[in-house]
Design a protein around this ligand. Structure first.
Ligand code: ADQ
Length: 484
């Protein structure tokens, strides 16, 4: 991979500003540093359109070292923004993940409000905005991503009124009563109003935003539009995010993945049914309740560990935030108890893994599993649910899905559950366990059609088309991604 440091700051027509760069800086044993690609859905979604437009990606390199120079990554310019240890603790772990994250996810955990965390949030947002102001070409399009950077749109507009600015929130946007608790609610709303287009996962979130702007900032609104006193109009709309459907399906059809899926089934002892959960280890994901439901199905005598096992992959994240330590210990104890009470020699009821896997292994797990269990208490979208369906090209397999995941608005044919209702969850998991192949195929076919027609490139182009619609003619337009 060619990664050439640049001597002067490049200027780009399309700029993405995200908390993380699509690469991580790694320090080798000999002290030298190199870059490792950290492939994510967002990167693969935006890569083609970014390259076609000589795009630049601004983000944090993943450690608290010095600030590296911008560099070229096969035609894409990567622009690192540094963060100190203290900023990491206060901006990232603090305000982003211990204040905003729980506040925007229905207060599943109690948000903490600390004034010094807010100060760090402002400082780091300003650094991102200043970097974007330097990198964006005249009249460029800048797309700011997610809850860590909600102040960037207004800060950037002040520095560069010539830009077209979009913002996308990947997590839910809370109802007005919850958002109202935030001591800095007005500043956050005004930060977002710096954008021309504010995108959300669901229409309900966009409505929450417009209502809050009317109530708390006092601007005139009509449907999805906010009318600012200076004549600018801000549009708030839903753009449900998706996955690279054909990429996942292709992977799942490959000989290697098919063989690996068979091997996984053999290693698990060829049970009749394999249940699967795949999540970041986060209290919003409902891992504890779903494992409890599964354990009770065995202890109630509905099936034995010879009939069914549960594979739960839970990648640890945000490990220094106290709520994350608590949930990790709770799940560790529950898995130990269920396996201790219900497992047999060589046959644990739950195979519990903290590993992070390459995409091929993820596809093999999806292919091996009969019942995918996705039961968050609240989730912006949930891509795991869509990835599972993409890998089930045989139109088999069941998806048990929380009503409170954004994905439930599209995937109506899933076995929908209320994750707070353990008995209800048990009943749906059992229904999926006993479902006949015809019924499964009917549901899976409909879900796959929906996702394949609305894949991630559709998401990216829908947002960018809306952002550049109705622009004055002399302004820049986004060139479509080159195909082939
Ligand atoms: P997340 O909360 O991280 O995303 P999700 O949408 O499920 O949740 O995305 C997780 C991604 O990580 C998936 O692509 C999955 O394949 C991958 N992944 C999970 N565990 C893994 C493992 N052990 N090894 C390798 N890969 C793993 C946030 C919001 C969501 C929203 C997305 C995108 O919380 O609601 O859907 O952003 O907008």
């Amino acid at each position: 991979m060619t990664r050439n440091a640049r001597r002067r700051t490049p200027r780009a027509d399309l700029v993405v500003v995200a908390n993380r760069l699509p690469v991580d800086r790694v320090v080798e044993d000999d002290g030298s540093t190199s870059w490792r690609t950290s492939p994510g859905g967002l990167v693969s979604a935006l890569e083609p359109v970014m390259r076609a437009n000589h795009g630049a990606w601004i983000g944090w390199p993943g450690d608290t070292g010095d600030q590296p120079e911008p560099f070229d990554d096969e035609g894409l310019t990567l622009v690192p923004v540094a963060m100190s240890d203290r900023e990491y603790a206060e901006f990232y772990e603090g305000f982003s993940n211990a204040t905003l994250w729980p506040l925007y996810h229905d207060l599943i955990a109690k948000p903490e409000f600390h004034r010094e965390w807010w100060d760090a949030y402002e400082v780091v947002n300003r650094r991102f905005a200043e970097t974007a102001a330097k990198v964006a070409a005249d009249g460029a399009i800048v797309w700011v991503q997610d809850y860590q950077l909600q102040l960037v749109p207004a800060m950037l507009r002040e520095l560069r009124p010539d830009l077209r600015i979009g913002f996308y929130l990947h997590i839910p946007f809370p109802p007005t009563e919850l958002f109202g608790q935030l001591p800095w609610r007005r500043q956050v709303l005004e930060g977002l109003l710096g954008a021309d287009l504010v995108g959300f996962q669901l229409p309900g979130a966009a409505q929450n935003f417009v209502r809050l702007v009317r109530q708390r900032v006092g601007h005139k609104t009509h449907r999805d539009s906010v009318y600012l006193p200076d004549g600018r109009v801000v549009v708030a709309k839903a753009f449900p995010i998706s996955i690279d459907f054909s990429g996942f399906e292709e992977l799942a059809r490959s000989v290697e993945v098919v063989e690996r899926a068979e091997e996984i089934r053999r290693d698990l002892g060829e049970p009749r049914r394999i249940f699967l959960g795949v999540d970041r280890l986060d209290y919003t994901k409902g891992i504890y309740a779903r494992l409890r439901a599964f354990g009770e199905l065995i202890s109630d005598g509905h099936f034995t560990v010879e009939d069914a096992v549960f594979v739960q992959v839970a990648t640890p994240s945000r490990e220094r935030v106290s709520q994350y330590k608590i949930i990790r210990d709770d799940i560790d104890r529950l898995v130990g108890r269920i396996n201790g009470d219900l497992g047999r020699i060589g046959r644990p009821a739950i195979s519990y893994l903290h590993s992070s896997f390459p995409r091929e292994e993820m596809a093999a797990l999806y292919k091996a599993a009969d019942i995918m269990v996705v039961t968050p208490f609240r989730d912006g979208m949930n891509l795991v649910a869509k990835e599972y369906a993409a890998c089930r090209y045989g139109e088999d397999g069941a998806l048990v899905l929380s009503e409170f995941a954004g994905a439930a608005e599209e995937l109506r044919q899933a076995y929908l559950v209320n994750p707070y209702d353990i008995n209800g969850m048990k009943a749906k998991m059992l229904e999926a366990y006993h479902a006949d192949p015809k019924e499964l195929a009917r549901r899976m076919r409909a879900m796959r059609r929906c996702i394949s027609e609305n894949d991630v490139s559709h998401w990216a182009s829908a947002f960018l088309d809306e952002l550049t619609a109705n622009r004055p003619r002399h302004d820049k337009q986004v060139k479509p991604a080159r195909t082939g």
